[in-house]
Write a new protein. Sequence first.
Length: 138
Amino acid sequence: MKNNEKLNLTTKELSPYILIQAHRFTITIGKDIIRSLGFPTHVCLRINETNNSFAIIPCKEDDVMSFKVPEKLFTDSKCVFRIYSKQFLINLILKYDLDPYCVYECNGIHSKKVNAVIVSLDADNLKITNNFAMQKAN
């Protein structure tokens, strides 16, 4: 981690978020999630069905549901961290009755206690940012 990245942690408020793109079976992980977790090389997803949420946590390469953070995420402005998981997204669509033609933005909350970003999938945290079905109709 470079000095200017450490500086960014203290000089700006972080806004951890994800994008759920059901039609592509992807979840885009915002850069502030990786910053708030301390720049891990790998993260994993842990679902908490009782709270309708999931956690993004730092992990080791060989952990279950481990995903490598792109090495150029903070040096290449065009680099994006997307997780492709058809089964995970199908489960989210079915369990939370998501529209497969919408892109949802969900804010996360960083828990310092467990060093995880918790993303609620309750309706009040699912903001539709794009609707492809509406675009095709117009």
